[in-house]
Design a protein around this ligand. Structure first.
Ligand SMILES: *Cc1c(COP(=O)(O)O)cnc(C)c1O
Length: 407
């Protein structure tokens, strides 16, 4: 057989490793596809970051991000993946022995717990079964039992289960306590409603590789006045828990549209293009677009003869389907990619082999969701699952057409 050139591999076969000519489609809940104009910016020569030009870019990026976060507060721009943003938020408000309540509805809620434990905090877990959401009543009870808790963490979009948590309701419970409210909005911000200021979020964290339509490499933390007070208070009690992630350095530098360390300035410049898209569309419309695609992806489940994993409040950024019992999930995912170029995600850790996760956030549109549903129909049927050709696609189309905002 004639060997393909590396260029042909790259151009036509993507990561699928298939011999078939096809266009690879990335429908994972991070990283997500990057729009063309953002990719073009990423292809430009690297520039020096301590310049008036870069400061003006950072200034406008932060201003645009404030619209996405729905906040008037400063937003720290960190060079790290999303978890770095989570670690930054936590290490600025805890020290060994601090009591912290972690709302946990899946693997990402557990990440808060694991970071807090790594820094010696005392963790009280507020849990619910996978597939369900943390409730404000549950948190209120835990806060009443632990009035000395200084921090509460939660997850907007629990990407591991496809559940959306009621951040507004949870924030209202934390608001009048002394605790600061920290939210992982990494796969939710820029997808669905998230009002950092109005919902009393003191530290709102996101990353670049989800709805912000960039490669991985940047994390963002919006901090409220109550949040900054807690940062200052913790520092009167002893040395800081972090050097690189000491948020006061970012706040100080931000006053001159600068960063304390070398920023990923190429990514920040590219971000300005992705943000321009969101700004042009307007956040309410952005949220509606995602809700509509999510409604269609959920409706597809009936046609696909699959169960949805989220039993309550499904998130708008991805849809999680259960793998039919007896079917090998890795075969299903492998064939979707090899035969159709469709890359969707499986379950993580304990959820491995039990679910598939179809993302519809950022630069993914309805017709890509339809493509994934169509490919699922074909592969599922071939694996012996009872599914009628076209049924999933038809259900998704009907839901998409009849969708109404606020209904
Ligand atoms: C993707 C994701 C993260 C990602 O963290 P990384 O450090 O960027 O891998 C964190 N939380 C949630 C809810 C996510 O969806």
């Amino acid at each position: 057989m004639k060997r393909r050139s590396a260029f042909a591999d790259h151009l036509f076969f993507g990561s699928t490793g298939s011999d078939l000519f096809m266009k690879p489609r990335l429908l994972c809940p991070g990283p997500t596809p990057v729009p063309e104009e953002t990719l073009l910016e990423l292809a430009r020569p690297v520039t020096f970051h301590r310049s008036a030009q870069f400061r003006s870019v950072l200034g406008s990026v932060v201003a645009d991000l404030q619209q996405v976060f729905c906040t008037k507060n400063p937003i720290c721009v960190l060079t790290s993946s999303g978890t770095g943003g989570m670690e930054a938020a936590l290490t600025n408000v805890i020290r060994p022995g601090t009591k912290i309540l972690c709302c946990i509805s899946g693997r990402w809620g557990e990440r808060w717990k694991n970071i807090a434990k790594a820094f010696g905090a005392i963790v009280i877990e507020v849990t619910c079964p996978y597939g369900e959401a943390n409730t404000p009543a549950q948190l209120a009870k835990a806060l009443a039992e632990h009035p000395d808790a200084a921090v509460v963490t939660a997850t907007l979009s629990e990407t591991s289960t496809g559940v959306r948590n009621d951040i507004k309701g949870l924030g209202a419970v934390v608001k009048d306590t002394k605790a600061v409210f920290i939210v992982d909005a990494i796969s939710g911000l820029g997808v669905m409603e998230c009002r950092t200021d109005d919902w009393n979020i003191d530290f709102c964290v996101t990353g670049s590789q989800k709805a912000l339509m960039l490669p991985a490499g940047l994390a963002f933390v919006a901090v409220s006045d109550k949040g900054w007070k807690r940062v200052d208070e913790v520092l009167t009690q002893g040395p800081a828990c972090s050097f690189y992630f000491d948020l006061r350095k970012y706040r100080e530098n931000l006053k001159n549209n600068d960063t304390p360390f070398t920023p990923a300035n190429t990514l920040i410049k590219a971000l300005s293009h992705s943000l321009a898209r969101l700004k042009t569309e307007g956040m309410e419309k952005v949220w509606q677009r995602h809700e509509r695609m999510a409604a269609a992806a959920r409706a597809a489940a009936t046609g696909l003869n699959l169960k949805l994993f989220a039993r309550v409040n499904p998130t708008a950024g991805l849809t999680v389907y259960e793998i039919p019992s007896g079917m090998d999930g890795s075969v299903l995912l492998g064939r979707l990619e090899k035969e159709h170029g469709i890359r969707i995600a499986g379950g993580q850790d304990t959820m491995k082999g039990k679910i598939i996760r179809l993302a519809h956030m950022g630069y993914i549109d309805f017709f890509e969701v339809l493509a994934a549903v169509s490919a699922l129909e074909m592969v599922l049927a071939d694996l012996g699952h009872k599914v009628e050709s076209g049924a999933g696609v038809a259900a998704a189309q009907r839901a998409f057409s009849s969708w109404k905002a606020g209904a």
